[in-house]
Structure formats: structure tokens, C-alpha cells
Design a protein around this ligand. Sequence first.
Ligand SMILES: NC(=O)c1ccc[n+]([C@@H]2O[C@H](COP(=O)([O-])OP(=O)(O)OC[C@H]3O[C@@H](n4cnc5c(N)ncnc54)[C@H](OP(=O)(O)O)[C@@H]3O)[C@@H](O)[C@H]2O)c1
Length: 247
Amino acid sequence: MHSDNSTRVALVTGASRGIGAEVAQQLARPDTHVVVNYRKNAAGAAAVADAIRGAGGQASTMAADIADATATSAMVDQVADRFGRLDALVLNASGGLEPGIDPNHAMWINHDAQQRLARLTLPLMPAGASLVFATSHQAHFYPHKAVPKGYATVAASKRAGETALYAMRSQFDRRGIHFTVVSGDMIDGKAVLTLLDGGACTAAPRNSASRRGLAEFATAIAHAATAPSPAGIVYVGGPAHLARRSA
Ligand SMILES: NC(=O)c1ccc[n+]([C@@H]2O[C@H](COP(=O)([O-])OP(=O)(O)OC[C@H]3O[C@@H](n4cnc5c(N)ncnc54)[C@H](OP(=O)(O)O)[C@@H]3O)[C@@H](O)[C@H]2O)c1
């Protein structure tokens, strides 16, 4: 079944929890079908899809480990077969801090997988479609700014992913695809900071300021995925970090 031309299709990677889940829900609209990608957390992804439908939108879930080339191709084929188009790709899923992970995983997921997804989905994107890459200030400014202890490998790999996407910009421009990088400060209580602290992953931010930070970052990503002329780069939060940039 192909969607009719009035239905927009958005794919959000890593949308079973955290920022991706919030972005997916913010994209809920009657005229948009949101594809909620996840790796393992089927229940989380299903809850996000239910919430989108409950808000009057359309949604489905698709499992794929984006670090796995075969699984990623299968997911993109599924999008092609089912919808025949992709109006927004939100590259949100990231990794590399998980305890005991292969040291090469950060580059596989934060660089190779992002480049592969952009390349595979490009033929599905009509003019006016959007591609959004979510990153952290600590990765975006790497190696020009200090990073938290334990984050350098992830920062380097996410920066490499961002650079690889910039290198595809002429292809995006030729097809009339908007490319936006949304860079945010680290959110207290989110998994990334908890892992850097040596603790276990948390599913949600610890306090209301963190929840606001997550919502603000997700809003900027969702806006970049839907605005007719999004800015090429958007910074969210971390005024001290950004101020030091020009110092
Ligand atoms: N957290 C922060 O403070 C912060 C700050 C600035 C920028 N960012 C950026 O925002 C994005 C999201 O961060 P987050 O903290 O919300 O992440 P998170 O809470 O750790 O969520 C990770 C999501 O990615 C999915 N995922 C992980 N590995 C995957 C894989 N190989 N294939 C497919 N999905 C995978 C997970 O799916 P499962 O649940 O199924 O495993 C989950 O849905 C990242 O790009 C990050 O760099 C985060």
C-alpha cells in the first residue's frame, strides 16, 4: 500500500524512548504518518505509536538496529513498499556509551549508520523533504572544546557522522532536501549523563528542568523536520557552552 500524496511520512530513529520518543509525538498530525524506529524496546515504541494515534495522528513501529546494514536496508525497503516516500528523516538514535560495548560501535552507529540511512532514504525523498541530525554541543564542537571524561569516542564519532552528512550536502541541495543539524546541551538525568557518571541508564530525566530541556530540544528537532525553510544549524540550551565558543 502506498500512502496518498496528502500524507507526509516521517521516520524517527531511536524513538522508543528519550528525545526520539518526544520528537515522534511532537510530529503527530492527522496528515502525517510517523514511523517509530527502535532497536529492542518494542513496548516503548508501541506506547509512542499509541500516543501518536491517541493525539489524532498516524503511526507504526519498525524494528531495526541501525548499526546493522541489512536490518537498515530492510527497514528502508519496508518504508518504500508501504509508503513510497519519506518526507522527513530524523537521525536521532545514537550510542557508544553502553557498558562493555565494542569500541568500534560508536563509529558504526554515529557515523556509518547515519551516512547509510541518508544514502538509502534519499531516493524516497521528494523536493521539500527534511533530513535532521541530532547531536550534542560536546560532539558538534569536538575537538575544539573539552568533553566530559569518557565521552571523547562518542563525540569524535558523532562529529564524524555530522561531517559525513555535510559532505552529502550537494546531493541534498540537488534534490531540494533541507538538511538541519540540531545541537543541544547535555540534559541532566538523561541516559548519556548517567552513563558518564558510571550509573545505570535512566529512561527519563530526573527533574522538571531536565524535562523542559528534553522538550525544548525535541521541539527544535520536530520544527526542523517540518518547517518549510529550516535553518541549517540550530543550537538548543547550553548558553555557557555557546558563549565560550566565541571567547
Ligand atoms: N541525552 C542528552 O543529554 C542529549 C543531549 C544532546 C543531544 N543528544 C542527542 O539526542 C539523541 C537522543 O539521545 P537520548 O539521550 O534521547 O538517547 P536515549 O535515551 O539513549 O535513547 C536511545 C534511543 O535510540 C535507540 N537506539 C539505540 N541504539 C540503536 C540502534 N543501534 N538502532 C536503532 N535504535 C537504537 C534506542 O532504542 P531501544 O530503546 O530499542 O534500545 C532508544 O529509542 C542522540 O543523538 C544524542 O546524541 C542527547
